[in-house]
Each structure stands twice: as C-alpha cells, then as structure tokens.
Write a protein of this length. Structure first.
Length: 337
C-alpha cells in the first residue's frame, strides 16, 4: 500500500471514529477558538444543528462573544452561545467538542471546564494540530472546519437546511479567501454547489463578511496601511498596530484579514506580517503571517508557540513589539534563503 493510500485510509478511519463518538454520547459541550471568525462560528452552529437533528443535547460555550465583524451573519441566529465565566455552574455534558482549534488552550479558559476529564472530540483542519483529543479527526487537506462538518452531515445522512447551509457557506467562504486560496479543492466547490441550492444570498453574505466597513474604520485601516514597510529586498511586507491606535475602538471589520489581504496583493511579496500589540496585556504581541505558498509560515509561527496553515499562521509572543518584530523577521529571513 502506497504512502498516499495509507494517509487516505487513516483519514477515513478518523472520520469514522468521529462519527462513532457522536453516536455514542448524548450531551455535548461545543467550543471553538478565542476571537472566533466565520469558520469557527459557522462550524459551531452547524455542528449544533447536526446534534439536535440526531436527538442529542448540545451547548455552545465560548470565551469570547461574537465579534462585530461576524454579527451580521451570526448575531441574530436563534442559537444561544454561553459565555465562559470563572464562576460558571457545572454544565452537564459527556463529550467535549473542540472545533477549529490546533490545541486545547486555543479555546481560552473554556478547556478548564472539563474537570471530570470527559472525552474530547477534536475536529480541525490546521496542519499544526497537536492531536490533543481522545478522538482526533484532523484533516489539513480540508479547506475549513466547516467543510469537515459538511462531510459529517453527508456521512451521517443528516439533511441540510437553509440555516445550516448559510453557516457552512460562510465558514468555507472566509477560510478560503472567497475560494481563491490554495486550500480550495474540487470537493470544496462540490460542497458549495449543494449549499447554493438552498437559495443563499451569496452577494449579501460576501458583503456582510468583507464589506460594509464603517467610514471611521476605513480611516483606521488607511492609517495602518500607510505605515507599511518592505524588508528583504521587497520579499517581505510588515505592518504594525500599536495599542493606542485601537484603544476604546469597537472595530466592525476583521482588521488582520483586511490588512494582510492588501499586503499579499503586492507584486513579488513572499511573506506578509502583521504585528499587533494586544489590548489589556502589557508586552504581548499578536503576530499574523501570510505567504504566497512558497514559504511555510506555519513553521515560523510554530517556532514561537503558534501555528496554523502553510500559507496562513499566527502566534502570540511575549515582549515589546520592536523586539518581537526583530525575532520574527529573523526567522522569516532564514526561510527565504
């Protein structure tokens, strides 16, 4: 048996184990990564609907609220998201489900609620996943976690509906960069083809995710873009966002995604890096990395304790922004040699 067929067989066994887990347990606690975006939220809501249609109990528990950038699609959904609190009364569940998380701590403090060590079902598409679950279904070949949830619907024979189709479409749309990233496959398009049969308003969905940026937010974006700098002979572009720039601002759009999108559009750029000082935490910087595919930014992010995908990764690094920038640029320079 070839290596390809061995990998394919293992992935097949993984989804089978995930399905067996879903069938075995009755009450599920669902969570995703902190600061959830459309793929995390869409996967959570679609998985919640899947469980309900199977007659299971389900609760979604996140550390963070739905961000303003996702509110147009997810805020008015008739599914309640519980917010994690340190004094949260014990929730009854027999299986903890982590979606779109490379490791358990990506759920923030939520992972602490599993004090009784209930089995953990880990469903994710990040190549950096640490396989932290008791049951792991990790497929870096999938375009998104939403695509994996779609596969569960098909394999379990659970019918879709318009609401669930919206959740899955929003997740796939955002994590594929509107279906133009290299993680977009023929299977992704086949899945989307079925979702569109439910009469989704794709123009409005795109507008909700990528447009409708308030004027003041656009001015902020413009200010960040004006600070753009080139390094490594133009192969690297960097942006910086200082804490005082964001203080007391409620940003409606996905700032990192918008900034990095502009950087990737520049001719001859191989890697784009965004350094953002975290609010409320002294000397901590969030670093988002994007590449055109030739440079594996997951390896760079993993060196600093982060991870993600080959062409899109990130890490949270302790230190002053100037020091963090120097360290990360040094690793990027190594990868360009």
């Amino acid at each position: 048996m070839t290596r390809f067929n061995l990998i394919r067989k293992e992935k097949q066994l993984s989804i089978e184990k995930a399905m067996a887990c879903i069938k075995k347990y009755n009450n599920f606690l669902i969570s995703a990564h902190t600061n959830p975006e459309s793929d995390a939220l869409g996967s959570e809501f679609a998985f919640y609907n899947l469980l309900k249609k199977l007659g299971k109990g389900a609760i979604i528990l996140n550390e963070d609220d739905i961000p303003p950038a996702c509110s147009a699609i997810f805020a008015n959904v008739d599914i309640k998201i519980e917010k994690y609190k340190s004094n949260l009364s014990e929730i009854d569940f027999d299986c903890f489900v982590a979606l779109d998380c490379a490791d358990s701590k990506r759920t923030g403090e939520v992972y602490r609620i599993n004090t009784r060590n209930k089995p953990v079902l880990n469903i994710d598409h990040h190549i950096s996943n640490s396989m932290f679950g008791n049951i792991n279904w990790v497929s870096s070949a999938a375009s998104s976690c939403a695509e994996m949830i779609y596969m569960l619907y098909k394999r379990l024979g659970v019918p879709l509906d318009k609401e669930t189709a919206l959740f899955l479409y929003a997740g796939m749309l955002s994590d594929t960069g509107s279906f133009h990233y290299s993680n977009t496959t023929s299977f992704t398009h086949k899945a989307v083809s079925e979702l569109l049969k439910y009469g989704l308003n794709i123009t409005q969905i795109y507008k909700n995710i990528y447009e409708d940026i308030p004027y003041q937010d656009m001015k902020l974006l413009n200010k960040i873009l004006l600070g753009m700098r080139r390094c490594a002979g133009g192969k690297v572009v960097i942006f910086e966002v200082k804490r005082n720039l964001l203080k007391n601002k409620k940003i409606i759009f996905d700032l990192p995604d918008e900034v990095l999108r502009f950087g990737r559009a520049i001719k001859d750029v191989e890697v784009v890096a965004l350094f953002k000082e975290n609010l409320g935490v002294k000397d901590e910087v969030r670093v988002n990395l994007r590449s055109q595919g030739n440079i594996d930014v997951n390896k760079i992010a993993s060196f600093f304790g982060g991870g993600g995908h080959k062409a899109a990764s990130g890490a949270t690094i302790k230190g002053k922004i100037e020091d963090v920038r120097k360290k990360v640029l040094a690793k990027i320079s190594e990868s360009l040699k």
